[in-house]
Design a protein around this ligand. Structure first.
Ligand code: NCD
Length: 316
């Protein structure tokens, strides 16, 4: 639990955030926006080094963390694909790799293909905070923070919302974190639209429902409620499938087209996607003013990461 005390905290799961923590993070994120617009970097992280170690491909999370550190005048040590380019290729274990980089820096941001690996890294790195930038099919907390910020920016609240989540709800870690975040607030309802094979595991479904969120599983577009505040579309996570045949039977089962938005959307909603998209939102939809995935959602990712880094490094 963060409970207002961000300094030195590992950020591993959205479960750590209380409603009050969003009240601290979001206004600061808004301030970071101004720094982002200003061509000169702030000096807030002057003298700080943040290691970004990514065992899985990434462009925007990696890029936005890197830019976030630099916007605040800090520096980065960047390792992408350590399986190929570092001592990991020689067989080094995660604990050694983490302990080495811990010695060089003030915080570590890690993405890893194994669920639970960020927690392990946090246990190994006892002297610096660790941020989970995606652990297997587990969580992706900073993505959910930017998603929640984007929702909050539009509706000025995180309770009393109706959302539709489409795509891979079984494997999509961004969805797992988003649900955990929305569980923290009252009277939220999520319609989960996915093929049967890609539903939330039963145990998670019941766990989230116990926490107070109203989850409704649907299997066809016709069941989308027209009153939704947001749609959150996701990619079917190809890399999590054991065989390609299974992937092909479920990929792009649900595609957002202009027509779908016309038939089931409403004027006030927003359409989000964590990206990358692989055809599940048609490009013709991009110019719709409700489509925020290539617009504010992206920029908010950098601002929210700036705010989070400043908080956990004790600079604000
Ligand atoms: C997501 C991820 O890595 O989980 N990407 C991202 O960080 N924006 C979503 C995805 O890969 O589908």
């Amino acid at each position: 639990m963060i409970n207002g005390k961000f300094k030195g905290k590992d950020i591993l799961s959205l479960d750590q955030f209380t409603p009050n923590d969003f009240k601290i993070l979001f206004p600061l994120t808004k301030k970071m926006k101004n720094i982002g617009f200003n061509a000169r970097p702030s000096k807030l992280l002057d003298g700080n080094i943040v290691t970004l170690i990514f065992y899985e491909p990434s462009s925007r999370t990696f890029g936005s963390f890197s830019a976030a550190v630099k916007q605040l005048g800090g520096q980065t040590v960047e390792i992408q694909n350590p399986q190929v380019f570092s001592s990991v290729a020689k067989g080094e274990c995660l604990s050694d790799t983490i302990r080495v980089f811990e010695a060089y820096c003030d915080a570590i941001v890690i993405r890893h293909y194994e669920t639970g690996s960020a927690k392990k890294a946090a246990d190994y790195a006892s002297s610096v905070p660790v941020i989970n930038a995606g652990d297997g099919t587990g969580e992706h907390p900073t993505q959910a923070l930017l998603d929640l910020y984007t929702i909050h920016e539009k509706f000025d609240r995180l309770d009393n919302l109706v959302g539709v989540v489409g795509g891979d709800i079984l494997n999509g870690r961004t969805v797992h974190s988003l649900i955990r975040g929305l569980c923290r607030f009252k009277k939220n309802t999520l319609f989960l639209l996915s093929p049967k094979q890609l539903r939330l595991p039963r145990a998670d479904f019941l766990y989230f429902r116990d926490k107070g969120i109203n989850l409704i599983e649907i299997q066809s577009e016709e069941e989308i409620p027209k009153i939704a505040d947001f749609w959150y579309w996701t990619r079917v996570q190809k890399e999590r499938f054991k065989n390609l045949k299974d992937y092909k039977t479920v990929k792009n089962r649900f595609i957002v087209t202009k027509k779908l938005l016309e038939d089931y959307g409403n004027k006030e909603m927003i359409l989000m996607h964590p990206l990358p998209r692989i055809g599940e939102i048609e490009q013709e939809v991009d110019s719709d003013p409700r489509a925020v995935y290539l617009k504010s959602q992206i920029r908010n990712g950098m601002y929210v990461r700036m705010a989070l880094l400043a908080l956990i490094l004790g600079k604000v």
